[in-house]
Design a protein around this ligand. Structure first.
Ligand code: A3P
Length: 283
């Protein structure tokens, strides 16, 4: 990664790398953010399936809610923009638990946290770094993997992000979901989400939601520009075309060498030794 591009595009806040699309002034002001009891948070480490989840939530609620851009995206005017929304807000964020505005915690707002096998997340993020002009240049997969394992990528360490949220796995207002479960049995996950949200939907509606949320459908909608090309739920780009790549489980096997896999597994075991949720992550 060239030092020059790194310096131009990334800054650190609380030790975590952010792109300059999240201004320091905005990040500083977030803790005073005025959450509302009926806000819904959509939380993820980047490249874990945030857009997929957003697509489902919007259909469960349709059309009574507003899906905002990520809370940490933009400059200081972002706070006012969110405050001016009169409808119920679905607010995406890649912030770790410690950086989440405290008002969301006090008001016990409902939150989804989506988890994806970190090996696939790393691969997805690697391609995103290569395609996204807002992110620093990366020389190779091997270099990227080292940065990822060190937490020297946007939004910091996958492990720290996950662990900060996992501490709250028993909070009744947070629902943890796995990308791989969604791939395996989406209707079951959609049902679980609707029950959590307290919204009644029929089996026929669940079927329709799943059809409209398939990878093929979502990707082709972007290509046909049936969806707003400039509305993403990722603070790292506004270009929806950069989001949908393969949408697969296990693509890591096409990237990791046996040595890299061993290194990853060792780090995973060390960092996740006390984690309950990590046992559910599919390799
Ligand atoms: P890949 O790069 O592996 O294809 P996020 O929305 O958090 O930025 O995550 C993007 C990843 O989720 C991308 O992974 C993208 O293809 C995948 N994704 C988006 N919509 C999906 C869907 N409907 N089904 C499966 N994967 C999806």
């Amino acid at each position: 990664m060239s030092t020059q591009s790194q310096t131009a595009l990334i800054h650190r806040f609380n030790g975590i790398p952010f792109t300059t699309r999240s201004s320091p002034d905005l990040l500083k002001s977030l803790d005073a953010f005025d959450a509302r009891e009926d806000d819904i948070l959509l939380v993820s480490y980047p490249k874990s399936g945030t857009h997929w989840l957003a697509q489902i939530i919007m259909q469960i609620y349709t059309p009574k809610v507003t899906l905002t851009s990520p809370i940490e995206f933009g400059d200081i005017s972002r706070v006012e923009e969110l405050n001016n929304l009169s409808s119920k807000r679905i607010i995406p964020t890649h912030l770790d638990y410690n950086m989440l505005p405290s008002n969301f915690k006090v008001k016990q707002c409902k939150a989804f946290y989506i988890i994806r096998n970190p090996k696939d997340t790393a691969v997805s993020m690697y391609h995103y770094y290569r395609d996204n002009p807002n992110l620093p240049t990366i020389d190779s997969w091997t270099v990227f993997l080292e940065l990822f394992l060190r937490g020297d990528v946007v939004c910091g360490s996958w492990f720290d992000h996950f662990l900060s949220w996992e501490e709250h796995k028993n909070d009744r207002n947070i629902l943890f979901l796995f990308y791989e479960d969604m791939k395996k049995d989406l209707p079951k996950v959609v049902k679980k989400m609707s029950v959590f949200l307290g919204v009644n939907i029929s089996d026929r509606e669940i079927k329709e939601i799943c059809e409209k949320s398939s990878f093929t459908e979502m990707k082709s909608n972007v290509e046909k520009e049936n969806s707003d090309p400039n509305h993403t739920v990722c603070a790292l780009t506004s270009n929806r075309k950069l989001i949908f790549r393969k949408g697969a489980v296990g693509d890591w096997k096409n990237h990791f060498t046996p040595k890299e896999n061993k290194m990853f597994e060792e780090m995973f075991k060390k960092k996740m030794k006390l984690s309950e949720l990590a046992k559910h992550i599919i390799y």
